[in-house]
Write a protein that binds this ligand. Sequence first.
Ligand code: NAP
Length: 435
Amino acid sequence: MRHIAIIGSGPAGYYTAEAAQKQWGDEVRVDVFDRLPVPYGLIRTGVAPDHQSIKAVSNRYEKTALSDNVGFVGNVSVGSDVTIAELQGLYDAVVLATGAPHDRPLGLPGETLGNVFGSAAFVGWYNGHPQFADLAPDLSGETAVVIGMGNVALDVARILAKTREEFAGSDIVAHALDALERSNIRRVVILGRRGPHQIMMTPKELGELGHLQRAAPRVDPADLPEIGEDALLEPGLRKSVNHIRSFAAIPESHRADMALEVEFDFFAAPKALLGERMVEAVEVERTTVEAGRAVGTGETYTIPASLVVACIGYQTSPIEGVPFDERAGRFANDEGRILPGLYCVGWARRGPSGTIGTNRPDGFGVIEKIAEDIGGGSGKQGRGGFDRLAAERSLDVVTFRDWKKIEEAETRAAREGAPREKFVDVAEMIKARGG
Ligand code: NAP
């Protein structure tokens, strides 16, 4: 028998569990750990609440989780409740699938002013992550600046722009829905330090911005490259650039009917966040793109801003004793191998890129390496040993069966048409599990 501990119950974690089952059938025991009492990581607290079709992938993870040889060990923090070294003593392989839950810092003056957030915090707020549920962003001003031109920037801009009605069928948490309904934001500026040909936004997600109830996108036609240059782009990016071109062609008369505008500010690198206590403006330097790189022109201007959300990418949290690649913001690894018996997968292995589905081949890849390394297993104790240790330390382990009770309570609490109302507080989650 082989015993495998997977740390993190998001997509990378559950695809790895699925791969282990495919590899060894009944000859493996897998335990999926999470510091929260609820599973699915990024699917629950990262994927936008109005993208329910993407969130539906958790049904696939549930199928894996319900298998007899796969356990969920929720409400256990690896690193504090139990160490990596202890888990390595109990399991043949420990796989870090911890994602990249922290914001990369902007590194700009004024970053610590009030109402300046990273996307992990802001997305966590509207998605009900217990760590960020009480963020309470101030939405009373008129202009929000969203930094970065990736899909997360698009998510944030769209969420700020939507009406309450447009959130029907989503699982946006009540505190965010109510705050957004009261929001005074009328202008969302998306800042990109490079141009339309360098955006990281994908076509489907960008297309959504053209169909909002009370908001229209704005693109300055002067920022568009010569149309012939689009032919050199890979097809996905070309489609995205087509959307940008169509936004530039929206007539002013259409925008005049809209309460809110989502403006793309290309060739605009943030230089400083200005304000006394709360952010009041963003200082920006115009850029040109040379050989794909943004180069400052020295020309600067300021955009008034009462809210700033930096959507510039994420990094993995280091764990004591585990080699970490500071520059890349992920664990130092060779195709998933960190140290003997210790592996990483998903964003913790390759950094925050790709789609949810990219994690599937990643999971299968790391299991292949583990299979090469551990053979038939070395008689470790696995879950039995962990349960003894958990009892000694009085850890309150939440099982998958417990999670199903929490889920039932969330489903019962859903407002009409919504799939669930999430608990945003760990103690509430534990209470909902019952005795
Ligand atoms: P991303 O795609 O890497 O985009 C980050 C953006 O931030 C880029 O435009 C980058 O510009 C900009 N940036 C980085 N550092 C900056 C700085 N110091 N100043 C100004 N701009 C800066 O990251 P993401 O949006 O966080 O997304 C992470 C991953 O999740 C991506 O693979 C994304 O596709 C995926 N995702 C997918 C969906 C979906 O499919 N619906 C939704 C959300 C996220 P440069 O290019 O110039 O560096």
